[in-house]
Design a protein around this ligand. Sequence first.
Ligand code: OSB
Ligand code: MG
Length: 374
Amino acid sequence: MKIESITLREIHMRLKAPFETSFGTVQDRRILLVEVVADGASGWGEVTAGETPAYNAETTDTAWHVISDFIAPGLVGKSVADAAELPGLMSQIRGHEMAKSGVENALWDAEAQLKSVSLSMLLGGTLPEIACGVSLGIRENPESLVKRVEEELRGGYQRIKLKIKPGKDIEFVAAVRKEFPNIRLSVDANSAYDLGDAAHLKRLDNFDLLMMEQPLSWDDIYAHSKLQAKIQTAICLDECIHNTRHALTAIELKACRIINIKLGRVSGHTEARQMQQACRELAIPVWCGGMLESGIGRAHNIAMSTLPGFTLPGDVSASHRYWNEDIIEPAVEVSPQGSIRVPKTPGLGYAVQRDRIEKFTVRRQNWDARVVAG
Ligand code: OSB
Ligand code: MG
C-alpha cells in the first residue's frame, strides 16, 4: 500500500450533556480526525486525546503538533505491506500514543477496504456482536445517579460503571447497589486516590463490584500492586497501561486482575491486538474503554472488541448517548439486550459523513505524496 495522502482535521462536537470525572468536566470536544488515502482507498482514524492533559499527558494540541510536525511528513509517499508496519515506522517517536493511534488506525480502515473485508475480520475478530456497558459521570447526589442507572438499564446495558472521586464515592455506590442488588457494577476513580486511602477504598469491597478501575496514580503500577494485596475487589488498570510490556509488568506484580484496553492509549490496533493476546494467554480478562469518541473512534472500538480476549462488556455505547448528530451513518445502536451488531461491510462498516465533518471542521492540514515528491 502506498500512502498517497494524509489529511488532519480538528472538528468541534458538543456532547449532549457535560461529563464529569475526578479530573474535570467536559462538554465541548475538540477531536482530531485523520484521513489516510492508500492505493486510492480512504481510511479514517480518530485521535482520542482530551482537551487538557488531565487523563494522560496528551492533548488535542500536542497530537496536532506531533502528527503535523513529525508523523505525517515522514509517512506520506511511503509504501508498506500492511498497517501493522506503521508502529515500526513511528517507533522513534516516544510516547504520544494517541497521536500515533489516529494515524495507524486510519490505515487499518484503508487496508480493510482494499482487501474487501470488515475491519473486525482483518484484525482477526471472532464475535458477531459485542457486549455493551456504560460509564456514568459523577452526579450531584446519589438520587440523581440512581435515576440515571435506571434509565441505562432500561436501555439494556449489561454493565454500569460509576465515576467516583473522594467525597463522591461510598454513598453513591451504596445507593446504586441498594436499588439494584444484582447488576454488574464497577467504579472508575481516574487516579483520584493514593495508598493512604487503602482502608477507605477497602470499604468498597462491601458492594460486590466487578472491578475498581485505576484508583491510584496514573503512572504507578507498583502502588496498585500494594493496594490489590489489601482489597478483595479486582483492580482494573486503565491510565497505567500504554503497551504490552506495561500489561505484563502489572500482571506479574499482581497490580490488577483486569485490563481496560483503549486504542488511543496503547497507540493503535497493532499494539491493542498484541496486548489482548498476551492477556488471554495469562487468563486476564480485557474490555474496551471509551474516550467520548465520535462515530469514527467508536467504529474502531467496535471492531477491536470482537477479538477473542475481550470477554467483559466495554464502555462502547450508542451514538445518541453522546451526540445529537454523529459523523457516521448509521449511528451506532445498541439492542434491547445491550449489544452492538458488528458490521460486515468492508472497512469500518459505517459510512463516514463528509458533509457533517466539513461543517464541524475548524482547521485542516494536508500532505500529498505528489506535492512532497514534486
Ligand atoms: O477513564 O474510562 C475513562 C472518558 C474520558 C476519559 C477517561 C475515561 C472516560 C470514560 C467515558 O469513562 C467512556 C465513554 O463513554 O466513552
Ligand atoms: Mg478509566
